[in-house]
Design a binder for this molecule. Structure first.
Ligand code: SAH
Ligand code: F3S
Length: 455
């Protein structure tokens, strides 16, 4: 009988949340979560496909896991998450490396699979069907990932309908669908009662959240606008019902961010003043090729609107370097938009040509890797400068910090974040993890603020 399971996680915050859902599903079915691969009868690998490197890491890991599996350290090995749809499962089943492959919308099937393995009914199991409805809305995730119980993710929507030409997510995670607002609020309330102090609402595209009682498939509900709840309304409901909980959200696609959301952010103190607003490129030509639905100017206007309404709002971005046909001029456009906006921080990536995407089918991955890396380096260096200058402005100010844990570099220091998502470290003093404290900022690096507790 299979008893203990272990989950190895790759990829984004969405996967961390999904692991918590899986742990709930399996523990309800009398399986036990273990934190050690060698104690597990069942190992699940929650995978990421976003870039080639992510998949390569997992393939390499499979070789290692296969070797310990062969030594009978555990019995079953399964792939779940974004790679489910992309992996050559027949090959891995034939080689007896994998026992099952389950897509992100089929986690409720896991107990049945395990039962059938226990009964020896079925050896290899494969279900990657994507759903237009599954949101796991009724399942409260089991919190194991944050032992400090301070911050938590809450997924509010799944999938993505945007079809950016470089991106596999719409194929690996399916159509966009929103979770019921009541269940989201219930979940946030429960977290608050458990002692959590901050939630981050998650979705590939949170601003396009849209819920309708009758039918939460977006295309069908547009007509019933007066009966729907959109993201700004959801945000307001959560913020009102939990005034002492900090609220963050991620990711905002610039094309969907509304004035209402910005106004709601301004209106409620407990909504953090930080927006992750992926720009991807500063060149109109490249944005169009990427099927991003905004121009450089529209993006800049949005940033100006945000800054006008919430002057202390911090901003971060995702940028891809070396997308198909990107020229030096396009790259300069990207550097220039960065110089104009001066983001607080950012996430930058070399373009990775992904099978199945529009770009893979129709465009040429013709920027040499060395050029991609050089451009990436320039973006990283520029961002480092901006981050340093942005953080420097906090010196001598008092920041309200939610203490999340003990600093990795020094046991005598705590780390936490302010509303703007800047990481702040300071000597421990009498405070404890989970406290909201005032910290006076003394100095900074390009990534961290250093301060001291202010009484
Ligand atoms: N939903 C989010 C993006 C999720 S993917 C949004 O609206 O932007 C996270 C980031 O990975 C993307 O913003 C993009 O910058 C990067 N990314 C996606 N596909 C990629 C690819 N093929 N190569 C390199 N980076 C990619
Ligand atoms: Fe991917 Fe674009 Fe959606 S980056 S997740 S297709 S918004």
């Amino acid at each position: 009988m299979l008893k203990n399971f272990y989950i190895e996680n790759y990829g984004c915050q969405m996967n961390i949340y999904d692991n918590e859902i899986i742990i709930s599903i399996l523990t309800k079915n009398n399986l036990f979560y273990v934190n050690n691969i060698y104690k597990a009868d069942l190992v699940l690998i929650n995978t990421c496909s976003i870039r080639e490197k992510a998949e390569e890491t997992i393939y390499n890991r499979l070789l290692f896991l296969n070797s310990i599996k062969k030594k009978k350290k555990f019995f079953l090995l399964g792939i779940i998450g974004c790679m489910a749809k992309r992996i050559d499962s027949k090959f891995f089943f034939k080689k007896k490396i994998l026992d099952f492959v389950i897509g992100p919308d089929k986690y409720r099937e896991l107990p049945n699979i395990i039962k059938s393995f226990n009964n020896n009914d079925n050896r290899y199991f494969y279900n990657i069907i994507l759903s237009n409805e599954e949101t796991y809305s009724d399942i409260f995730p089991t919190k194991l990932y944050n032992y400090n119980k301070v911050t938590s993710f809450v997924t509010i929507s799944r999938g993505c309908d945007n079809m950016c030409t470089f991106c596999v997510v719409p194929f690996t995670r399916g159509r966009e669908r929103s979770k019921s607002p009541n269940n989201i609020i219930k979940e946030c309330n429960k977290l608050y009662n458990m002692g959590y102090k901050e939630v981050t609402l998650l979705g590939q595209n949170v601003d396009s959240y849209l819920w309708c009682k009758k039918n939460h498939i977006k295309k069908k509900i547009i007509k019933e606008k007066n009966k729907t709840i959109n993201f700004s309304q959801l945000l307001e409901k959560i913020s009102k019902s939990l005034p002492n909980m900090r609220i963050r959200f991620c990711t905002s696609n610039p094309q969907d961010m509304s004035l209402d959301v910005i106004k709601i952010m301004k209106k409620y103190d407990n909504i953090c003043k930080y927006i992750h607003l992926p720009v991807q490129s500063g060149s109109n030509r490249i944005l169009k090729l990427m099927n991003r639905k905004y121009t450089r100017m529209e993006y800049i206007k949005l940033v100006e609107l945000i800054k006008n309404i919430i002057p202390n709002c911090s901003l971060s971005y995702d940028i891809i370097t070396g997308f198909c046909t990107e020229t030096e001029k396009d790259h300069l456009d990207t550097l220039n938009i960065m110089k104009y906006i001066k983001y607080d921080f950012g996430y930058m990536f070399c373009y990775s040509h992904r099978k199945g995407t529009y770009a893979f089918k129709k465009l040429k991955d013709n920027v040499p890797i060395i050029i991609k890396k050089l451009r990436l380096k320039e973006i990283i260096n520029l961002q480092r400068k901006h981050s340093y200058l942005k953080l420097k402005k906090y010196i001598n100010t008092i920041q309200e910090v939610l203490i999340e844990g003990i600093s990795k570099k020094d046991n005598n220091y705590y780390f936490g974040r302010n509303s703007q998502n800047s990481v702040i470290v300071f000597p421990k003093n009498k405070s404890k993890i989970g406290d909201l404290v005032n910290v006076k900022i003394i100095s900074n690096t390009s990534a961290t603020l250093i301060g001291e507790l202010k009484n």
